[in-house]
Design a protein around this ligand. Sequence first.
Ligand code: ADP
Ligand code: TRP
Length: 322
Amino acid sequence: MKKTLLTGIQPSGNPHIGNYFGMMKQVVDMQDEYTTLPFIANLHSLNTIQNAEEMKKNITNVVIDYLAIGLDPKKVTLFKQSDVPQTTELCWIFNTIVTMPYLMRAHAFKDAEAKNKEISVGTFDYPILMAADILIQDTDVVPVGKDQQQHVEMARDIAEKFNRIYGETFKLPEAIIKKEVAVVQGTDGQKMSKSYGNTIPLFTSEEETEKIVMTIAMDSKGIEEKKNPDDYNLYKIAKLFVNKEQDTEIRAMFENGGVGYAEIKKYTAKIINDYLRPMREKRKELEKNPERVLEILEKGGKIANERAEKKMMNVRKKCGLR
Ligand code: ADP
Ligand code: TRP
């Protein structure tokens, strides 16, 4: 029996290379080995996207993104969270066993609070809905970036607590976080994130990619100085894309001195564009047939819904609801 892999991505617009290396690529790399359930976390996204047209467009786009990077809809169950409404039912049940102080420890909540943001109940409850996503599908592993680790740990805690109260029901999921790509840095050296405006989009033109790479922050060392590539954000980004030869070449540019930053950046942009070109071309093809996206989601939604319903029958019984 294959183990189950599940992960969610919010339909929040253009994915960046941090999303790709931190999470999306893992799903593609693991799709043969696991029963794979990637889904579009559109219910989570209602906290930020409150416009039907934008929501619909973004959902179609995420599916196309995933297909373009090599996810095979014949192998995986790709679905929309909202096609599994049992998740919100389970979320409610979890709401009744999780305490406020526990949820107040969530990083996302603490960050929002520190910034004095007005926090919706949905944002506060975010980790519980995520726990329901994971646990309702009997998930073994959850590939995510480092920033989601706490949420997966919370899902484990919630599973344990439910099992303690109502008897053995849920598997304890594990996060899979690839060390080398746990945090992909943005053009300014902070974690790459849509909310920081420091991203390199996965799907954009080659010209735009080069333009963005040219803005990566460097230092004021002279051209002739020898430099350690590992000290530079530019190299850390390039390293995600290089083959062996390119790695040797770019390291030499730093280590030997004599090459200006503009030139190293141009070379990096070329490496990035070469790597991403096939996916970008595939995406352009896929864009021509959005109906296919709807078919894939419909089929995936049915399968995910059936699995969840089976699980919920058991949960309802355990809680004395049926
Ligand atoms: P963003 O911070 O840009 O809004 P999301 O929060 O939507 O990104 O993240 C989607 C997925 O991509 C998550 O699994 C997250 O851990 C991963 N991810 C996001 N940014 C990075 C990054 N800079 N490095 C590694 N993984 C990332
Ligand atoms: N919180 C995740 C993010 O922002 C998205 C998500 C929702 C998720 N439910 C999930 C990820 C379940 C993994 C498993 O990226």
